[in-house]
Ligand binder design. Structure first.
Ligand code: NAD
Length: 501
């Protein structure tokens, strides 16, 4: 059996374990693995009629699911979490095959799904509303939270399962069915997740129609965006995608949660523990081959330590093994496509044109024919030029120097995106100042920009879209808030002392 046949067989076995038979057909959606470019399956995308039927079924399911008490809804998510534990390896295998992540990161992504299920089960007993003192005698004023409706989830290739699960686990306990349009690059992991969730629904006797996967390209996503039956569109992907989706959902007064691109930076101050900083920087910049929304793309380093830090990162980069993600010891897997490599090349050319110097990396590596493998690039830049302000979805790390802290903050915030940020310092005043002044949704001290836990709200500001998902009170995006005033008196006093008749 050659490598390609092995990958195809691997995908089929992992999918079958999750309850999915990969069709042998000749559908027009060709699923390949970035590991060697070989074909895993040919899938039939969903037609407009099937999209319509799924939305109809999800709307009907909403009417039943909203009446199930939230703690009982939590049982579905608990069972799903148990199935994820059982099938962690299978799903991780599919993530590696479709997205190219090394197994440890793929397993981490599935663990994130398990974690959010735990969180959502607890949440199913904690969808708290508030009561406020009413200004009127004999009145009660309170806020109550109600299921919102069908949630449409549109997801990106690079987190093919975790981001969907953040949305779905929370939406389900909040009383909302989910219709999912996964990335066209990762349909098999989506089918496997859907099969496990359906099994969980059968096991706990949940109503039919609570979850649907719709496979296809952006046109399928657009159907969710424009359909008034979708109460919330939660869309994860590039800034250009969000620019299209946001206004279209707003035009029909739908609710939108956007999780878009980042251009994340770390400030490295003179007092930083450089051993720690280098470890944090290298994982955040080169991990997942630079294909995380939270990937570290800029290091803003104090000029007094710039040369030393540069040398240490370059040394660490030279020890990173780039290769087939299934091979032991490999830390950097493939880029998702030839196009991603072209974007990386173009960025490096533009950086050089702007006076940048490639310290190390940026070269194509021959690993498996058909796979796109590169060494992570480290580029010293004289200034934060236009290319540095863009997100290039590949392992390119720009080094910029600063002299005083305000300059570092100005460079840090001087990009259109606002997802994740970090400072490496042992100066507490500086750390606190950074926490206050970074304009990102995620701001860290002495750890890198990637690898968030599910407990906090995840998301970013500015062109990153402003959405918040996952932990904390992100659940509120999936529910409708009602303010209720209840009069238990026999009078009808009006607020603000208004007299009427
Ligand atoms: P992408 O924007 O190409 O596609 C994302 C999804 O949107 C896909 O499912 C795609 O089919 C769909 N889509 C594209 N145009 C659409 C439209 N007009 N209407 C409806 N759906 C549409 O992104 P990608 O290449 O899959 O992923 C990489 C990008 O995603 C990067 O920019 C990365 O930073 C971002 N990302 C952000 C987060 C976050 O949480 N902020 C997480 C993961 C990825």
């Amino acid at each position: 059996m050659n490598t390609s046949d092995r990958f195809r067989a691997h995908a089929r076995t992992a999918a079958a374990q999750c309850g999915v038979t990969i069709p042998d057909g000749d559908g027009p959606l060709t699923v390949t693995t970035p590991v060697d470019g070989s074909v895993l399956a040919h899938i039939r995308p969903h037609t407009a009629r099937q999209v319509d039927a799924a939305l109809g079924a999800a709307s009907a399911a909403f009417d039943r699911w909203r009446d199930v008490p939230a703690p009982q809804r939590g049982r579905l998510v608990r069972r799903f979490g148990e199935l994820l534990v059982e099938h962690k390896e299978d799903l991780a295998t599919l993530v590696t095959l479709e997205a190219g992540k090394i197994p440890s990161e793929a397993l981490g992504e599935v663990q994130e799904m398990i974690d959010i299920c735990d969180f959502a089960v607890g949440l199913s007993r904690q969808l708290y509303g508030r009561t406020m003192p009413s200004e009127r005698p004999g009145h009660r004023l309170m806020e109550t939270w109600h299921p919102l409706g069908v949630v449409g989830v549109i997801s990106a290739f690079n987190f093919p399962v975790a981001v969907w699960s953040w949305n779905t686990a929370i939406a389900l306990v909040c009383g909302d069915p989910v219709v999912w349009k996964p990335s066209e690059v990762t349909p098999l992991t989506a089918l496997a997740c859907d099969a496990l969730l359906r099994r969980a629904a059968t096991d706990v006797g949940a109503p039919d129609g609570l979850h649907h996967v719709l496979l296809g390209d952006a046109t399928v996503g657009e159907a969710l965006v424009d359909d008034p039956r979708v109460a919330l569109v939660s869309a994860t992907g590039s800034v250009p995608m969000g620019r299209e989706v946001g206004p279209r959902v707003a035009a029909r007064f739908g609710r939108c949660l956007l999780e878009l691109g980042g251009n994340n930076a770390a400030v490295v101050a003179p007092s930083a523990d450089l051993d720690l900083a280098v470890r944090g920087i290298v994982f955040a910049a080169a991990g997942t081959a630079g294909q995380r929304c939270t990937t570290l793309r800029r290091v803003i380093v104090h000029r007094s330590i710039a040369a030393e830090l540069e040398g240490r990162i370059a040394k660490a980069y030279s020890g990173l093994r780039v290769g087939n993600p299934f091979d032991e010891g490999v830390l950097v897997g493939p880029l998702i496509s030839e196009r991603a490599y072209e974007a990386m090349r173009a960025a490096l050319d533009r950086a050089a044109h702007d006076g940048g110097t490639v310290i190390t990396g940026g070269e194509r590596v021959e690993v498996l024919p058909g796979g796109v493998y590169v060494t992570p690039a480290l580029v010293r830049m004289p200034a934060q030029t236009e290319i540095v302000r863009e997100e290039t979805f590949a392992p390119v790390l720009y080094l910029l120097g600063y002299d005083d802290f305000d300059e570092a903050i100005a460079l840090h915030n001087g990009v259109p995106q606002g997802l994740s940020s970090a400072i490496f310092t042992t100066d507490q005043r500086e750390a606190e100042r950074f926490l206050e002044r970074s304009d990102c949704g995620i701001t860290n001290v002495n750890i890198g920009t990637s690898g968030a836990e599910i407990g906090g709200a995840f998301g970013g500001e500015k062109a990153t879209g402003g959405g918040r998902e996952s932990g904390s009170d992100s659940w509120k995006a999936y529910m409708r808030r009602a303010t209720n005033t209840v009069n238990r008196s026999d009078g009808l006093p009006l607020a603000q002392g208004v007299e009427f008749g």
